[in-house]
Write a protein that binds this ligand. Structure first.
Ligand code: PLP
Length: 374
């Protein structure tokens, strides 16, 4: 057997996080995470669970009873959504215009569903007419779309139009709001979204670990009347109902500290006011956009579907994106990212999320990028 490893005290670098997530964590959230642990069934924790659910409803703009933090990262909330709503033999319509539509497809297949696609190029949103055509052709039971595509910096406009088409065909709508929640206008009830999942580490500026999910009654009726149980025991919403519903009975040990963190992050949203927070993101990312444009660079997405929380900036001709990204990290302790998939090497992905969406970060980013490109 090897000797005990000699591992020093943890001293991670102090980065400024302006990539596709995680974003800089608000110090209040870090403080909440260092408060004492209580049991996951302690009466005080039950009260915290109620508060988190209320705060999540406010942030999602929904009255859905079924609004919870899923234990795990955004992909856990995503799999809880898709793995419960898609039954074996169902057809799910997914988009091809970014990385996360592909992940939806993979999860739907694993849930026993058949996958059909609605096409749009990477870097563009879905058009309502393409969605309507796909519905006419395939009659899907579930339609998934990505409200804020982190891989391309595209905000899906016309959401109510898309959900309207789905509902005319009696399909449920699942929205990926990982990179929009708390940063970009998102109105679950008003826009007719049946299921939305999200992540805490983007515009909520909270470490990953407890991920928002909301389902309306139509979606929950389907989940609770499934012929066979969801394939994942851990993410089976009919079982999780026992813990997050009225009973508050043990299912698994909730990640207490992550729930504390999410509570504080959501308290910050409520204090600021959701609409003011959306405006702040637009203002700060607008300044970032003006800064990069002033340096002669171009945004990949036009203003109609620009995503303030994730700015896709075209890599200037003759510039190696990897070198710029490494130099920003090494010389400025500043994280941004490159493009993925069809946009690999073509764009920088610069986040402007939550606590990172403030003048200090934006000015630092524009200065550092300008110096590295000079
Ligand atoms: N969906 C989108 C749009 C994302 O940006 C991400 C993560 O970046 C995910 C889903 C998956 O979330 P996680 O990486 O927290 O599992």
């Amino acid at each position: 057997m090897q000797d005990a490893p000699q591992v020093g005290e943890l001293t991670p670098p102090n980065r400024t996080l302006m990539g596709p997530g995680p974003s800089d964590v608000n110090p209040r959230v870090l403080r909440a995470m260092s408060t004492p642990l209580v049991g996951h069934l302690d009466p005080s924790f039950i009260e915290i669970m109620n508060e988190v659910q209320d705060l999540l409803r406010y942030t999602f703009r929904t009255d859905n009873k079924w609004t919870i933090p899923v234990s795990g990262t955004g992909s856990a909330a995503m799999e809880a959504a898709i793995g419960n709503v898609v039954e074996p033999g169902d057809t799910m319509l997914v988009p091809t215009n970014g990385y996360f539509g592909g992940r939806m497809a993979e999860m739907a297949r694993r849930a026993g569903g058949e996958v059909v696609e609605v096409d749009a190029p990477w870097g563009e949103p879905l058009s309502p007419s393409a969605v309507a055509d796909a519905f006419d052709e395939h009659q899907p039971d579930v339609f998934g779309f990505v409200h804020a595509e982190t891989s391309t910096g595209v905000r899906q406009p016309n959401v109510s139009e898309l959900t309207g088409i789905a509902h005319e065909h009696d399909a449920l709508v699942v929205a990926d709001s990982v990179t929009s929640i708390g940063g970009v206008e998102l109105r679950v009830d008003e826009w007719g979204i049946d299921v939305a999942y999200a992540g805490p580490q983007k515009c909520l500026s909270c470490p990953p670990g407890a991920s928002p999910l909301t389902l309306n009654d139509d979606a929950m009726d389907k989940v609770l009347s499934r012929e066979e149980p969801a394939r994942s025991w851990y993410l089976d919403l009919s079982l999780l109902e026992g813990y997050w519903g009225d009973e508050r009975a043990y299912h698994h040990t909730a990640p207490i500290t992550n729930v504390y963190a999410l509570r504080e992050a959501l308290r910050l949203v409520a204090e600021e006011g959701i609409a003011s927070r959306w405006k702040r993101h637009e203002r700060m990312a607008g300044a970032l956009k003006a800064g990069v444009k002033a340096m002669g660079m171009e945004m990949n997405a036009p203003d109609e579907y620009w995503l303030p929380s994730l700015n896709a900036v075209r890599v200037p001709a003759g510039v190696d994106d990897g070198t710029v990204i490494s130099r920003l990290l090494d010389e400025y302790d500043l994280e941004i990212a490159g493009g993925l998939g069809d946009l690999s090497g073509e764009i920088f992905r610069i986040g402007c999320m939550g606590h990172s969406a403030r003048p200090k970060n934006v000015t630092y980013l524009v200065n550092a990028l300008g110096s590295v490109l000079a």
